[in-house]
Design a binder for this molecule. Structure first.
Ligand code: DER
Length: 225
């Protein structure tokens, strides 16, 4: 199977998790794209649920599929959130944020009873860090944060750009991509990073994922929990 077909495979399987009247967090990225398409066709067949999007991009895709949208502030808790990831370690610790939506993704995931992650096998790693860790910062004084990362971790954080301009998140923030290479203690690093003045949040999702559905090139899928 191609990588896209693997994403479609796990997305189709995950769509079955959405039952009538559920409130469901919908993630961001190319894997969740296929979930939204699948849920759209199930809505056509009569499925009713409320979607809480994790980005403007996801909200637009859901609206195009006539999936009813709700706002995070209008619900107390979500039944499940289904999202993708950039890296997944054996303890189901995640690096997310490749799509620049980590802040809203983490808030929606934190408000959900369960977090299901969809991935192709390339996302599984022994140790987090090969994928540069996204760090969401406010634009004011972001170079101070960059200097702090360099001085403290000897890691060269780079400002994420889009069309030669700084990438700006849905909430008006910048993203610094930090190539840690190997992250020994992600549970500690996430707290230390968020303590840096100017940092809004980081792409480490620690002790949040309840289940990971992995798709393989040979058509197999596997559930990790
Ligand atoms: O930005 C994100 O956190 C996305 O969920 C990302 O981690 C996965 O995106 P993909 O499904 O396009 O690989």
């Amino acid at each position: 199977l191609t990588q896209d077909e693997i994403k479609q495979l796990v997305a189709k399987q995950a769509a079955q998790l959405v039952q009538n009247n559920m409130t469901v967090g919908i993630g961001t990225g190319s894997t969740v794209y296929w979930l939204i398409m699948e849920l759209g066709s199930r809505v056509k067949q009569g499925l009713f649920f409320r979607a809480i999007p994790t980005s403007k991009k996801t909200a637009t895709l859901c609206a195009q599929q006539n999936i009813p949208l709700a706002a995070l502030n209008d619900v107390t808790a979500l039944d499940i959130t289904i999202d993708g990831a950039d890296e997944i370690d054996p303890n189901l610790q995640l690096i997310k944020g490749g799509g620049g939506a980590l802040l809203q993704e983490k808030m929606v995931a934190a408000a959900s009873r369960e977090l299901f992650i969809l991935a192709d096998e390339t996302k599984l790693v022994r140790q987090l860090g090969k994928f540069p860790l996204p760090l969401e910062v406010i634009p004011f004084g972001w170079k101070q944060v960059q200097r702090h990362i360099q001085a403290t971790y000897n890691v060269k954080a780079s400002l994420r750009t889009k069309d030669d301009q700084p990438f700006v998140s849905d909430h008006g923030h910048y993203i610094l991509d930090c190539p840690f290479n190997k992250i020994e203690h992600p549970g500690i690093l996430t707290y230390d990073l968020n303590a840096i003045p100017g940092v809004v949040d980081n792409g480490l999702f620690i002790n949040m994922a309840d289940m990971v559905l992995v798709g393989y090139a040979d058509g197999r899928t596997e559930t990790l929990q």
